[in-house]
Write a protein of this length. Structure first.
Length: 77
């Protein structure tokens, strides 16, 4: 996994938005009691990659978080 999941972002505001979305999504994932197939650190890194991939597709921060959580759950395989 990429050690810098938000390295594709250059705008400090977008990086901050991505980090906030990751933190919120991860809290929701934990609250839902999602079972991890790997180490939590690796799963959080996977969630970060999902955030980076969905940044341009989400209008609001709430929508971004919702999409990240949904995609994370759908892809946990």
């Amino acid at each position: 996994m990429d050690a810098m999941p938000f390295s594709s972002l250059s705008d400090p505001i977008e990086i901050a938005r991505a980090q906030a979305a990751l933190d919120q999504a991860w809290s929701e994932i934990e609250r839902l009691g999602v079972t991890f197939h790997g180490a939590p650190e690796g799963e959080r890194a996977r969630a970060a990659q999902i955030v980076a991939g969905l940044m341009s597709q989400s209008v609001s921060d709430e929508e971004l978080v919702r999409r990240v959580v949904t995609r994370f759950i759908d892809l946990r395989g």
